[in-house]
Design a protein around this ligand. Structure first.
Ligand code: TYD
Length: 219
């Protein structure tokens, strides 16, 4: 049973590559709008002007050898600005917020797959954001082979393709296990949804979760 805050609800979508987070984020916002609930739709990394600058730096790929801890600190810098400038003001004004990725991505990518200890990430989160967390997190779950294929990430080169593919799969499998572990440890906040179906099928599961976990308690 979640403890609903006085502010409006904050929903996040999480999951690996190709799981359909962006599509589902938009579909949920549309469905809530049709029910008379306007939402702020945002994303990470990014979601505020300064955080979008950090996003460009993080995703540019110019510096491929940086470490997971350096990435962690940049994602956190972006997150604290995103929360301060975009998320909290909207929630406090009574608007629902849906974010395409949030803090669980750091625990899965930089933690479970990247090797930064979970306790370190938890302490950094606490120092920077206190106990601020989503009211509902929808984790879209997909076997990495399907996610990578959907994301068009399969490499076609002849030499070294298998090794690269294996490394990619191992990394993405660690990511998936990371998201599973978070969902299991925080079952009151997280719902794990099978994302292998069609977008409409997945959207129906997402809507059922939002109805059960949030709408039945605010309406
Ligand atoms: P993006 O293009 O938004 O990808 P996706 O559609 O998969 O969300 O790129 C975001 C990338 O940043 C994605 O690979 C996940 C990664 N990421 C982290 O590694 N840590 C984080 O804390 C966040 C928010 C994202």
């Amino acid at each position: 049973m979640i403890d609903l805050p006085k502010r409006a609800p904050f929903i996040t979508f999480e999951g690996g590559e190709g799981a359909g987070k962006t599509t589902q984020t938009r579909q949920l916002a549309d469905r809530l709008a049709a029910a008379g609930i306007a939402c702020v739709v945002t994303r990470e990394p990014g979601g505020s002007p300064f955080a979008e600058e950090i996003r460009a730096l993080l995703l540019s790929g110019h510096l491929p050898t940086r470490g997971a801890m350096a990435d962690t600190l940049l994602f956190l810098a972006a997150r604290v600005d995103h929360v301060t400038e975009t998320i909290k003001p909207a929630l406090e004004a009574g608007q629902w917020v849906i974010s395409d990725r949030f803090a669980d991505s750091t625990f899965a990518y930089q933690g479970a797959a990247g090797g930064v200890p979970r306790a370190t990430l938890a302490e950094l989160h606490r120092l920077v954001l206190g106990d601020f967390r989503p009211d509902l997190t929808i984790t879209l779950d997909l076997p990495p082979e399907i996610g990578l294929a959907r994301a068009g990430a399969r490499r076609q080169t002849a030499s070294g393709a298998d090794h690269f593919e294996r490394r990619e799969l191992a990394y993405h499998e660690a990511l998936r296990q990371g998201f599973h572990a978070i969902a299991a440890a925080e079952a009151a906040r997280c719902v794990l949804i099978d994302a292998s179906g069609s977008p409409d099928e997945v959207a129906a599961h997402v809507w059922a979760a939002v109805e059960a976990r949030l709408l039945s308690k605010v309406g």
